[in-house]
Design a protein around this ligand. Structure first.
Ligand SMILES: *Cc1c(COP(=O)(O)O)cnc(C)c1O
Length: 411
């Protein structure tokens, strides 16, 4: 941007802050579309369905951008299903994931006509069978198998190891498919895996997928033919110095795996499609240089971006209008009364109170993991489309926060 000043698609972030206030999430429609199209194009020739994993960011404007590009959705709760329906998404192009689906959620998804339930346990399969039979229907099902592969990522976002709460133990899957075949409320349509998040190597995918395909073949030998193989999500991005797997390399692996096979590919990318399309815009409230550490107290906090507190995650940080001068080493912290309330540690920056800072790669798992902790109204969300900033979620007010509450009646 002009004179080193930061912007999104030609729109200065300072203008967005002046108009909409801070903290504020800013998304780029262009960046969202580019990410989706790059992934989709790399898979040309492989019959596939991209199901955007909406827990990464479920703002309706984002869902709408992806739905218009032909994306389906990976839905993780009844609330997420309602969001997908709210933008007119076709439920048949969506899958329903999650270890703890309630009977009400199963019914809701069945009524909506969901494309596939990714079932994560024998108990869930029994429940789904009963729910489907009660309305004289058959629920389309994949079993999410746990291939017991280490994705070599943060333990909190590893999901495909034997000890994980996710998926069906690999060695139990064949027996459960046999059981599913005998259930009148169940229609077997696929198989599913999702080994973790922020994965930056191909090898764990290939290893897990090979196990899954071996299971497919064993099923086929018993007359259980699958329509699709769902390889899950988890493709990582560059926050600091990671090297993400380029889409063409992922696609080459997929091509090799699917060569000569009848099953269609389903994938569930979340972070990779949205993380880099968003920044969290925040303003420095106070500078508080100290005897040991120097604190820049900003108006965004752990309730707006919990990843640093939760995973010790590193996000890029950049002043919106860089100043000349000698940098000092700052910790960026929020106003919340917790020592875990930090957004970044040890950043060499030239800062003054009132400066705007852009926290990068905040399109994924930022707003969607936000909270109202400390009675902090949630920040607004803005999407830039062809140089114009649109508010896609207004800033919450304090009254919004207690609108659902009431004191006991006075007696
Ligand atoms: C979270 C999740 C995803 C998306 O993971 P990313 O790392 O954001 O790509 C996909 N599938 C399932 C089942 C998930 O829980």
């Amino acid at each position: 941007m002009r004179g080193g000043e930061l912007g999104v698609d030609g729109l200065p972030l300072a203008e967005i802050a002046a108009r909409h206030g801070t903290p504020c999430y800013v998304y780029s429609r262009r960046a969202l579309e580019e990410a989706y199209r790059a992934l989709d194009a790399s898979l040309a020739g492989v019959p596939h369905l991209v199901c955007y994993a909406m827990k990464a960011n479920a703002n309706l404007a984002i869902l709408d951008v992806f739905a218009r590009l032909g994306s389906g959705f990976d839905i993780g709760s009844g609330g997420e299903l309602a969001r997908a329906l709210a933008v007119g998404a076709d439920p048949r192009r969506s899958v329903f994931s999650g270890v703890g689906k309630s009977a009400a959620e199963l019914r809701q998804a069945l009524d909506a006509g969901i494309g596939c339930f990714n079932v994560e346990s024998a108990a869930e399969l029994e429940r789904l069978d009963a729910v489907a039979r009660a309305s004289a229907r058959r629920a389309p099902v994949s079993l999410r198998v746990n291939p017991d592969v280490d994705p070599r990522t943060h333990p909190y976002i590893s999901t495909g190891l034997k000890e994980s709460k996710f998926g069906i133990a690999f060695d139990d899957a064949l027996a459960l498919y046999r059981r599913a075949r005998s259930m009148t409320g169940i229609e077997i349509v696929g198989i599913d895996m999702h080994i973790g998040s922020q994965i930056t190597e191909l090898a764990p995918y290939a290893e897990a997928a090979r196990k899954v395909f071996a299971l497919c073949d064993a099923l086929a030998a018993e007359g259980i033919a699958l329509d699709h193989v769902d390889l899950g999500g988890g493709l990582g991005i560059r926050y600091r110095d990671e090297t993400p797997v380029p889409f063409p390399e992922y696609a080459a692996m997929v091509r090799e795996l699917f060569a000569g096979r009848r099953e269609r590919l389903v994938l569930e990318p979340g972070r990779r499609l949205v993380a880099e399309a968003g920044v969290l815009l925040t303003r420095v409230e106070y500078l508080k240089p100290g005897p040991v550490r120097h604190y820049a107290i900003v108006d965004a906090a752990m309730n707006d971006l919990v990843r640093p507190a939760l995973y010790d995650a590193w996000h890029p940080v950049a002043p919106v209008r860089p100043r000349p001068g000698t940098p000092m080493r700052w910790d960026l912290v929020g106003p919340v009364c917790e020592s875990a309330d930090f957004l970044a540690h040890d950043r060499d920056l030239v800062l003054e109170a009132g400066d705007l800072i852009a926290i990068g790669a905040a399109g994924a798992y930022a707003m969607s993991m936000s909270s109202n902790y400390n009675a902090r109204p949630r920040a607004c969300e803005v999407m830039v489309d062809r140089g114009v900033a649109h508010v896609v979620r207004r800033r919450e007010t304090a009254a919004d926060l207690y609108a659902l509450e009431s004191p006991l009646p006075r007696s």
